[in-house]
Design a protein around this ligand. Structure first.
Ligand code: ADP
Ligand code: MG
Length: 412
């Protein structure tokens, strides 16, 4: 049996008219003799009535009265509704279809409510339904604990659902349908000249996704990579092939994916930089800072440690909490709110001289001050004031010539 996983995001299933495009994509795959597992997100975005954020407003989220376990019961309704609506419309189009919740479909998670991690997938029920139906529609973003409580997987969770079923059912491909034509060299909402990337490795996309390119969730990429199932990111509204994510193209078309110096530019905003002064002679101070953050479950990033200073970033919405906690420990803290992290991500950056110089020159030329920077063998990050975000992303996109055809796919 040929099997495809297709995932449709919130905007793709928002209105009946949008869903006609979804149904067309499903029909096209059925004509090619595939059976389908279709994973759906909740219908639309806030203020649509069944969008995740709209549901959360019904319990005044965030509020001290909220129970994390109950929030998952509430949020999961959005995807459950979407799965039933789509299955029903597929039957109206004479396609045999049935809907399952994540729990019914066999997605088992840990008990980390609101951010649950998948522990295992039991695909028997889906396999059974596929004998009767051409399409099994599964509610994305949700699962259940071993003891039967409903859980959700956090933002981008439907991508992860699609990847998990793709891996466990050994699908031929996982197709992520969205409102853009594939993965671009930068967020097309920020960079007008961003180009679509045709073929790319799992690792490159994982790095881009971790740095904020929200077009696909990084965990989904990791799951697909481990199971060696190819992923395709494409538009609900066109027949365009989109972006193929695989480990190498040798298998598909006889050519390997060339190493690119920089694959794309990603960004993440709404973060704050904290600079904590420490007494050089107090060796425990540095560790105490991170222990304090960890105890409060505050995630830290972009860490630079020197004998006198510990510098790191936290999300804007927990900044005040972090500062209070540090002050309680008698640390003096300097805060810069509303920063953005811009990253140049590649696979071929290792050991190539001049990349850092290129980045700093491009930013300085555009009057963008670098507040902090760091690098790994695949990525260079800079922290800047959020007001310069668009300028900075565009400057880096241009300096690495990502808008040019020549950079696109240099064949060997
Ligand atoms: P969905 O609801 O379908 O999951 P998302 O909003 O999560 O859709 O992801 C699609 C969006 O990701 C696009 O509209 C685009 O603005 C954004 N995006 C960010 N970085 C990139 C990138 N490098 N390539 C394509 N889209 C990107
Ligand atoms: Mg998404």
């Amino acid at each position: 049996m040929q099997l495809l996983i297709q995932k449709f995001g919130g905007t793709s299933v928002q209105t009946k008219e949008n869903r006609l495009h979804v149904i067309n994509q499903i029909k096209r795959a059925l004509q090619m003799d595939y059976k389908l597992v279709v994973v759906v997100s909740a219908l639309g975005r806030n203020p649509d009535p069944y969008a995740t954020d709209t549901l959360l407003k019904m319990v005044d989220y965030p509020s001290s009265n909220n129970s994390k376990r109950e929030l998952d019961m509430l949020m999961s309704c959005g995807e459950t509704i979407a799965s039933v609506v789509l299955a029903n419309e597929l039957r109206q189009h004479e396609i045999t279809a049935t809907a399952l919740t994540g729990a019914q479909a066999g997605l088992i998670t840990n008990e980390d409510y609101n951010e649950a991690k998948i522990k295992k997938v039991k695909p028997d029920r889906i396999k059974h339904e596929l004998k009767t139906y051409d399409v099994v529609v599964v509610a994305g973003f949700q699962g259940r604990t071993e003891s039967g409580d409903i859980t959700t997987l956090g933002r981008g969770g439907s991508d992860t659902t699609a990847a998990a079923f793709g891996a466990s059912l050994e699908a031929d491909c996982i197709e992520i349908f969205t409102d853009v034509n594939g993965i671009m060299t930068a967020d097309p909402r920020v960079v007008d000249t961003a180009r679509r990337i045709d073929t790319v490795t799992y690792t490159e996309i994982c790095n881009l996704a971790y740095q904020g390119a929200k077009v696909i969730h990084p965990r989904a990429v990791e799951i697909a990579m481990q199971a060696k199932v190819p992923l395709r990111i494409r538009s609900t509204y066109s027949d365009d092939e989109g972006t193929l994510i695989t480990s190498s193209r040798v298998k598909e078309i006889g050519i390997d994916i060339p190493d690119r110096l920089v694959t794309g530019i990603a960004h993440m905003d709404k973060i704050s930089q904290l600079t904590v002064n420490v007494d050089e002679t107090d060796l425990r101070a540095q560790a105490k800072i991170f222990q304090t953050m960890a105890d409060a479950n505050i995630s830290v990033d972009f860490i630079n440690i020197s004998p006198n200073n510990v510098i790191y970033t936290v999300p804007n919405d927990v900044t005040d909490q972090a500062v209070v906690l540090l002050q309680k420990q008698r640390f003096s803290v300097k805060v810069i709110k509303n920063c953005a992290k811009v990253s140049a991500v590649g696979a071929g950056m290792t050991g190539i001289p001049g990349v850092a110089a290129k980045i700093t020159n491009a930013l300085v030329k555009n009057d963008v001050q670098i507040l902090q920077s760091s690098d790994s063998h695949t990525t260079i990050w800079v922290l800047i004031d959020e007001r310069h975000l668009k300028t900075a992303v565009n400057a880096l996109h241009e300096v690495f010539e990502l808008n040019k055809e020549t950079n696109k796919e240099k064949m060997h």
